[in-house]
Each structure stands twice: as C-alpha cells, then as structure tokens.
Design a protein around this ligand. Structure first.
Ligand code: PXL
Length: 275
C-alpha cells in the first residue's frame, strides 16, 4: 500500500486541511500519515478561533519516525502557519525525500487577489522556496501571481495562464498545476504544465457560482490520492476537478446550508469509483 505523509493544521470544526486530507486520501486506499502543525478550534473564516501551535512537536515526531525507519511514497503539504514552520517542512523534505518520494506542495496563503490575513510578503517568499523543492505544485492564480511577481488578473486569456505556468516552472517544480482557471464563459477548472516534456494540459468543468472553504484542500487531497493510485498527473487532475465540482453541487442542494465547508462525506463513495 502506498503511504503519504500530509503536513497541515487540524481545524477541529469547519472541514479543511487535515480533516479533509485524512478521510479523502484514506478512502482512495492510500495509507495517510498526518503531521498536525497546529490545532485550531475552527478554520479562520470563523471569528475568535483558538490556535495552539505545534511547531515544537515537529522535530520529536519526525526524529522518532527516522529512528523507526519509516518512509513515504509522497509528502503533501497544505496550510502552514508560519515562516518557521516552512523551514521545518523544508528539513522534513530533505530527511524523507527518497528516490521515489513525490513531494507535492499546495502553497495555501491567498485567494481572490489577496493574501489571507495571517500572511505577508516574507511568507510568500518562504512558500516560494518550499515550492522550489517540490515535484508538483498546485497553487491557485492568486498564489501563483504572488510567487512569480506577476500581476493578478480576474479576467484573462490563456496566454496569461501560460505565462504564469512558465514562471512557476522556473521556480523549480517539475509539474505546476494552476487551480481556479476559467478559460470559457460558464466554465472553470485547471491548467497544468510539465516542465520536462513542455506539455500543457487544460481541463474545464462547469462553473458553479458558489465559494466554499476547503475546496482547494479537497482538490489537492484527491489529486494526491489519485496520483498514489497510479494515475498520471493529468488524469489525477481531471478526477480531482470533477469530484470537487460535484461535491460543491451536492453541498449547494443541502437545505441545512453548511456555509463553512463542503459535504464531501456525502460524495466520498462516488469518488472511490471515479475514472
Ligand atoms: O483551506 C485552507 C485552510 C486550512 N487551514 C486553515 C485555514 C485555511 C484557509 O483559510 O484557515 C486554518
């Protein structure tokens, strides 16, 4: 069985980061090892949430794994809380990246043209360094614009996305996947670029007029799980985009209106058979 290490926070209530990655990657038949970077009462869309930083636990935990000889087929990182934690994650990459270990970085820090409240340009710079150590990166357009120094555009043509992808590739990762790319009216999806083959891949899905917290984590977790199942990056991207769009649609129909996150629990059985 493939084994993934995922490094993100636990937002106890709210459905994002580890509370999505653990069930989704496990459901895809992949052993999922977690390294929680912080425990929050809720995700940061709520007000007055509590945070307990777990930076001081990272080294003892990973030292123990080293002593036990534990290895990983992939290391996947999402939301990280601080510059110091990114340095710790870089060290984990150096320690646990074996010859066949895929490093996948989702540089969670911004959306809709803006950095999340906790982050600044120093954090962007650090996240850019982390992306340089990855095999595959999955930023959204805002994160990509911050990391490459390109202007953020809400309306754009494919040329803008290609330029962003080429600049992202220059950071160092083999495959760059941009999420939230809308190339046709009424559609949204992803566009990816393989630096080694020069190949682009576009996948557009129906656009659903709703925005939910955690959908980026749902996409990335599904992508990682599908890659570990042996899918190539393009198929993994397509399935992750289809599954995320379907889950948003199902959530929209829920009369209880769970505004804080998506109903992935209702759609997980379908994910297992998706091709
Ligand atoms: O979904 C990304 C994410 C993860 N964890 C926490 C967050 C966010 C996005 O804002 O606040 C704590």
């Amino acid at each position: 069985m493939k084994r993934v290490l995922t490094i993100q926070d636990i937002s106890c209530f709210g459905k994002c980061s580890l509370t999505i990655a653990l069930p989704v990657i496990s459901a895809l038949g992949v052993e999922t090892v977690i390294l929680p970077t912080a425990v929050l009462s809720t995700h940061t869309l709520f007000s007055d949430f509590t945070v307990k930083d777990l930076s001081d636990q990272i080294e003892p935990i990973t030292n123990h794994w080293k002593k036990e000889g534990i290895t990983f087929d992939a290391v996947y990182t999402g939301y990280l809380g601080s510059i110091g934690q990114i340095d710790q994650v870089k060290e984990i990459f150096r320690t646990f990246k074996g010859e066949n270990t895929a490093v996948i970085v989702d540089p969670v820090m911004a959306d809709n043209g803006k950095l999340y409240a906790a982050f600044d340009m120093d954090y962007v710079k650090k996240n850019t360094e982390l992306c340089a150590m990855a095999d595959i990166i999955v930023p959204n357009i805002t994160e990509a614009a911050f990391m490459t120094g390109m202007e953020y555009k809400e309306k754009y043509e494919e040329d803008y996305i290609r330029e962003l992808l080429e600049k992202l590739a220059g950071l160092g990762a083999k495959i760059s996947v941009l999420t939230g790319v809308s190339l046709e009216e009424g559609k949204t999806g992803i566009m990816g670029y393989d630096r080694e083959t020069g190949e682009y891949y576009v996948y557009q899905n129906r656009r659903i007029d709703a925005s939910y917290h955690g959908t980026g984590d749902l996409f990335s977790s599904t992508f990682v799980g599908e890659m570990m199942k042996g899918k190539n990056w393009k198929d993994a991207m397509r399935i992750a985009a289809d599954y995320t769009a379907h889950t948003i649609e199902v959530t929209l129909k829920n009369p209880e209106n769970p505004w804080y996150g998506v109903d992935f629990e209702a759609t997980i059985p379908e994910l297992i058979g998706m091709e």
